[in-house]
Design a protein around this ligand. Structure first.
Ligand SMILES: Cc1cc2nc3c(=O)[nH]c(=O)nc-3n(C[C@H](O)[C@H](O)[C@H](O)COP(=O)(O)O)c2cc1C
Length: 326
């Protein structure tokens, strides 16, 4: 399937944008396990226009990312358009995605992220301003609405389509819900019925069975995976197999997990330097250990690691101690 000139890859499971998580190294790891479209962390359009070096570093794409979306946030149509031009030029992205779903107080208090769902006129102005300035497809990621009394995703997504959006992604929760409760997939189904552009279904996909179910129940074209792939990039491979009628029986061993984590962390180190890579690696390391019996005893040690070499030594020790368990 294509949007604009962009052929979306064979795996219908996309990696969700996640601030502080989906850096180049993690995205590359997910690509290794067959993730489809990958998204950058959300990037401030305003910071791009102010030439922020740190923000620009978020735009770097890995060569394995054959289809890559950069997600921008903000609420001023002109700044968003200017930021989109910079993001597209610097990253070589195939798609610019607009964040209309982020629920965090710091973002919504500025009128960004999911606050835009309360102002559909402005949201549409942003989409058309961005579409007028760049030639690659523009997509929108949204929630169901602000709260349970103001659910507007169907009208809102139609309006984004009319403004020029080439695809939308719907996370089946309101802003008020943040990440609590269960995602409502039935409303995503109604969005799919109402729109002619492709729809990505998102919310609560933790297994390949969840992925099959969300696609089946919503009729959506694609599924997006967020929390389910933290420390678990293998999920994309499992979904890919399940979509092709196969069942991958094997679970990654402790060694597989630690080796995958190490390769990811080394790549992060090359891109960001040891200090930042180490701080961010601690959480990825713990996610990779999730569910392994006996792994919790190492968490405190992990949180105190001072160098990446210490981390790699600890990984060797853990391989010995945990070998029999996973
Ligand atoms: C740590 C974290 C960071 C996130 N950052 C972003 C972001 O930058 N942009 C965005 O649109 N959504 C962001 N999200 C939301 C996810 O993209 C996704 O919509 C949400 O987690 C629901 O999907 P899931 O149930 O598969 O996790 C973030 C979620 C998490 C857990």
């Amino acid at each position: 399937m294509k949007i604009g000139n962009v052929a979306l890859e064979k795996n219908k499971a996309f990696l969700a944008p996640m601030a502080g998580v989906t850096d180049l190294a993690f995205r590359k790891t997910c690509k290794d396990f067959l993730a489809g479209l990958t998204y950058s962390e959300m990037v401030s359009a305003k910071a791009l226009t102010l030439n922020s070096k740190k923000t620009k570093s978020l735009l770097e794409k890995h060569e394995s990312e054959t289809t890559f979306a950069v997600q921008i946030f903000g609420n001023d149509p002109d700044i968003m358009a200017e930021g989109a031009v910079i993001a597209a030029d610097l990253s070589g992205a195939d798609i610019i995605d607009i964040n209309m779903g982020c629920p965090t107080p710091k973002i919504v208090s500025n009128g960004d992220g999911s606050a835009l769902m309360k102002d559909p006129k402005r949201a549409a102005e942003i989409v058309s301003a961005v579409c007028n300035k760049i030639t690659i497809p523009v997509t929108v990621k949204m929630r169901l609405g602000w709260d349970k009394d103001t659910i507007n995703v169907i009208e809102f997504s139609k309006r984004m389509q009319d403004a020029g959006a080439a695809m939308v992604c719907v996370h089946g929760r309101t802003r008020e819900q943040m990440y609590s409760g269960k995602a409502d997939w039935s409303l995503i189904a109604r969005v799919k019925e109402a729109l002619s552009i492709p729809v990505i279904a998102n919310g609560d996909v933790f297994t390949e069975v969840d992925a099959l179910n969300i696609l089946d129940r919503t009729g959506a074209d694609f599924v997006m995976v967020g929390r389910g792939c933290l420390g678990n990039p293998w999920l994309f491979e499992k979904i890919h197999c399940a979509l092709n009628g196969l069942h991958l029986n094997s679970e990654p061993s402790v060694s597989d997990r630690l080796d995958t984590a190490a390769v990811q962390i080394e790549l992060a180190q090359k891109q960001k330097g040891e200090r930042i890579a180490l701080l961010e690696a601690r959480k990825h390391f713990m996610w990779y250990l999730h569910g392994i019996p006996g792994a919790k005893q190492f968490y405190e040690q992990i949180s105190k690691l001072e160098t990446l070499n210490q981390m790699y030594s600890l990984m060797l020790l853990m391989k010995e101690k945990l070998r029999s368990r996973g």
